[in-house]
Design a protein around this ligand. Structure first.
Ligand code: ZN
Ligand code: ZN
Length: 335
């Protein structure tokens, strides 16, 4: 029977309507021909040897020409740090200069790897670069919101093959984040506890949607998932701002992140996906009511008119079934 489910943190509703789907393997997109990527691509602006094709880096991990991770300003960004942040009225309408920071995190010199397939130590460096940049960018003038995300594959919005993530920081706090903050604050006021800490405890207690329960992080398919194989990773220790993640947590997070991404890589045949680090707005980094998290959204279905009109997503695959399938995908331990 179809059912409504509510996300306890945001109070958003979804519809779980599993009758509309068949089996989990319907989402495994068998590609007629997989393009094998080269280790190095001459025309790629992010490959070693082409460093002069990007603006000077804001961070390099590794030594000189043998860099491991490079963070560079995004040449094609919609927002620029030299634009003004002035608000201006156009009649009744409001506009502001296109001020913001946009950076690309080049995750590895290798053109052909991804988070799921690169050495574990490299994933750790990518996360270290995230922590470094979010902390620095958050201190820049008039920046109120910093987001880190990864678009994998064309359906997730990237056309560049070379493994990379992005950082975008804006002076504007978007209404959907404000709303999420507001809901978690109301919940804190009512119950005296962080709603995300509560969600973690409940998912661990119910077990059926868990994918990974490590010392410092938990990964699960949320009770009210919007789409098949949506996943979340949350730190067990309450923290609102991603930049405050400890060295030890980064070790654990890099393993958990790689594990869950490897599971969809293997179990769903390398699907396109987005992942997003949701962190508190700048200045709210130590609040008790908000908890940073990483959400992973495989792009297996396309939201249609009802979703766009109502904000209520119809999910054709039960989260419990997705979690069960992912738990069964074995992960090798290369290093
Ligand atoms: Zn490349
Ligand atoms: Zn919490």
């Amino acid at each position: 029977m179809p059912e409504f489910r509510q996300n306890m943190a945001t109070r958003e509703w979804v519809i779980i309507a599993t009758e509309r789907s068949g089996r989990p393997d319907q989402f495994v997109r068998r590609r007629a021909e997989r393009r094998i990527l080269p280790q190095l691509s001459e025309g790629c602006p992010f490959c070693p040897g082409n460093e002069d094709r990007t603006p000077p880096p804001s961070l390099v991990l590794g030594d000189g020409p043998d860099w491991n991770v490079r963070v560079v300003p995004n040449k094609y960004a919609a927002l620029r740090s030299d634009n003004s942040n002035d608000r201006e009225k156009v009649g009744r309408f409001l506009k502001a200069g296109g001020y913001g920071i946009a950076e690309v995190i080049v995750e590895t010199p290798r053109h052909d790897l991804s988070i799921a397939t690169m050495p574990h130590s490299q994933v750790r460096l990518v996360l270290e670069a995230y922590r470094h940049r979010i902390t620095e960018v958050a201190q820049m003038p008039d920046i109120n919101f910093v987001t880190l995300f990864r678009n994998h594959g064309e359906r997730a919005g990237t056309s560049l093959e070379h493994p990379h993530s992005q950082l975008i920081a804006t002076p504007i706090i978007p209404p959907n984040l404000r709303d999420q903050i507001h809901q978690s604050m109301m919940s804190y006021d009512s119950y005296g506890k962080c709603v995300y800490c509560e969600m973690i405890n409940e998912e661990i207690r119910q077990k059926e949607r868990l994918i990974s329960d490590s010392p410092q992080f938990v990964a699960f398919v949320p009770f009210a998932s919007r789409s098949p194989f949506e996943m979340r990773i949350l730190p067990k220790e309450h923290r609102a701002f991603f930049g405050d993640v400890s060295d030890q947590e980064l070790d654990d997070l890099s393993r958990v992140l790689q594990t869950v991404l490897f599971k969809i890589y293997k179990g769903l045949d390398d699907p396109d996906y987005n992942y997003i680090v949701h962190s508190a707005p700048v200045g709210d980094d130590d609040v008790k009511y908000f908890h940073w998290y990483l959400s992973i959204l495989p792009r297996l279905t396309t939201p249609a008119g009802f979703e766009m009109g109502s904000g209520i997503y119809i999910n054709v695959m039960a989260p419990e079934q997705c979690a069960q399938m992912l738990r069964m995908v074995e992960v090798g331990t290369e290093d």
